[in-house]
Design a protein around this ligand. Sequence first.
Ligand code: AMP
Ligand code: MG
Length: 339
Amino acid sequence: MNVLGIEGTAHTFGVGIINDSEGELKILADVRKVYSPAEGGINPYFAAEFMAENADIAIKEALKISGLDIKEINLLAFSQGPGLGPTLRTAATSARTLSLYHNIPLLGVNHCIAHIEIGIEREHMKNPLIVYASGGNTQILIRRENFYRIFGETMDIGMGNMLDKFGREMGLKHPAGPKVEELAKNGKNFIELPYTVKGANLCLSGLLTSAIRKKDDKMKKDDKILNKTFTLEDLCYSLQETAFSMLVEVSERALAHLNAKELLLTGGVGNNKRLQEMLMLMAKEHNVKFFVPTNYCSDNGVMIALTGLKMFKANIRQKFEETKVKQRFRTDKVEILWD
Ligand code: AMP
Ligand code: MG
């Protein structure tokens, strides 16, 4: 069976093609066209325009790499939500058009579930505690029966959005997460910032405001003070240490409470080596195995194809009317009908 998955929740128009005919998953193509705004953050309308311009190119490119003709695709899957309305609709339109024109079954996939499923599949895991940290989402989950239950989550903004917005205020280009990581490596002085954990949940917007003000306060008084007392590197380092410690704390609480034996980090922020290190050390203390799906943390079409395949094999079918996009599509609202 050949499955083509289309991702389009925010910044990436991704096309993944997979094959599982010999009982083993083969990734045949993984094309990612990433929207990067010249300035500011992601403008949903420009991002959607970018996707409309790249959809046809990306699909053709993926088919060419896979060596398959569109007629050999047995299933189409697309990211149905959660995400930005305009980009979701653009990706859904591409998927629907292909489905109607070539008469291929179509399944709408929950994007967050796809981030989890790719991790579990790639790392051969059973029932991990999941730390899902991306731009808009930050959740601690575990599967119990037929749902991924949310044990804890951000009460305001996602970890990636927090890093991106901070970076933007510091003059770094979007996405700032990876640039903050680079700068943080040279940070030496720890600057105290608000640490807000509430039970199993965390809050990041106060931390963001405070980190931005730290720079402004110092700069207002004397431009040079910023360089004298602390550098941007120090601020990036302190922001990462504070925010990631909060995430590790809630993850550790969940791990102990749920007695999980495996820990999975997924989502775009999962690329961050410092976050990986912190979670790995925590997991080691609890004698728990730690995994990251290297190369598949960021948004991609392969994870959408894989989740579509799992749904299809579990006999899930959707009528055309059921493939409308869902901007707000909670992870814990999806029934998981596969092992
Ligand atoms: P996703 O939508 O899952 O691809 O995640 C995108 C988010 O991941 C953006 O907010 C990025 O800034 C963030 N991100 C990507 N790489 C890194 C990194 N190395 N460190 C921190 N954040 C990252
Ligand atoms: Mg994502």
